[in-house]
Ligand binder design. Structure first.
Ligand code: GUN
Length: 292
């Protein structure tokens, strides 16, 4: 079997087309969706991600505010920035780019974002709604992007066995809640660094979602013939054959394409979907600002 490409770029382009209509409707009501991104420090990958978010805003006509703080900023400075953005009317979404420098308590800071502006869906109120099975609120962008991509490709989830590799706050844990939610109805196993039989669990799974940050860890022998494999990993690996000396690699080895029925590529799979879902959450927040 040769896997079909789960093309996040194409799916994201469709999401953006739908969003343009909703953004026009907002503007007709005098509201321009507005997203603020706070980035602290100089992690190169984070700056690339934030750049992509700002460019997506430009493409769609969403206003963006980009707040950059140096790595030696205090937690109080980030707190003050969040409080000030919470108060700003006409600003609909706030995102604090992860990771923050080690001296900051990322979760405590996330807790300070006004839940109606929490376009990352990481506030306990929004995550709590997800735990309750209420899927109509702010959902974390990468897991909801994965779900949108599966549905766009017509991939069945009901009654399927799914293995999520990784239990992070940003991807693995919310992904497991989404896949197991009523109406989506997969039977979910979350594997993590202490799991003993990860390869065996994967070998029995209809759907494997890899979000661990270990380059090409998932190999073809882990995968059942015809399984759906979603690669959420994005890792920089040394590659002397490239002029720049490195290349991007996912958590899934490319040979998995010989076993899977669907495989999302890195790059061009989940990455564009994360951004599309962030844009959708921002538009939803703007819409709610005139419907409440
Ligand atoms: N860092 C990596 N992914 C994300 C994300 O989805 N949101 C935020 N805020 N930071 C991230």
């Amino acid at each position: 079997m040769v896997a079909q490409r789960l093309d996040g770029k194409a799916c994201a382009a469709e999401v953006e087309e739908e969003l343009l209509i909703r953004i026009t409707a907002c503007k007709e009501k005098g509201i321009k969706p507005h997203l603020a991104v706070i980035i602290v420090g100089d992690d190169p990958a984070s700056h690339v991600y934030v750049g992509s978010k700002v460019r997506a805003c430009e493409r769609l006509g969403i206003q963006s505010t980009h707040i950059e703080l140096s790595a030696d900023s205090t937690e109080e400075q980030v707190r003050d920035a969040i409080f000030s953005l919470n108060e700003q009317t006409g600003l609909h979404g706030i995102l604090v780019q992860s990771p923050l420098p080690n001296h900051m308590d990322e979760e405590a800071l996330t807790d300070l974002i006004d839940p109606v502006k929490d376009v990352d869906g990481f506030h306990p109120q929004n995550l709590g709604r997800l735990v309750q099975g209420r899927l109509d609120g702010m959902l974390p962008c990468t897991p909801s992007g994965v779900m949108r991509m599966l549905s766009w490709a017509g991939i069945e989830t009901e009654g399927k066995t799914a293995v999520i590799l990784g239990r992070s706050r940003i991807v693995g844990m919310p992904q497991s809640l989404l896949l197991g939610a009523k109406g989506i109805d997969s039977t979910v196993t979350v594997a993590h660094s202490r799991t003993k039989n990860t390869a065996d669990l994967c070998a029995n799974a209809d759907i494997v979602i890899a979000a661990v940050g270990r380059p090409e860890m998932v190999t073809a022998d882990w995968i059942k013939e015809g399984a759906v494999v979603v690669d959420v990993g994005i890792n920089r690996v040394d590659d002397s054959t490239r002029e720049r000396g490195w290349r991007l690699a996912g958590d899934v080895h490319p040979d998995v394409a010989s076993k899977a029925s669907w495989l999302s590529p890195v790059p061009g799979g989940v990455g564009p979907m994360t951004i599309a879902m962030l844009m959708e959450n921002t538009v939803r927040a703007a819409e709610q600002s005139y419907t409440v």
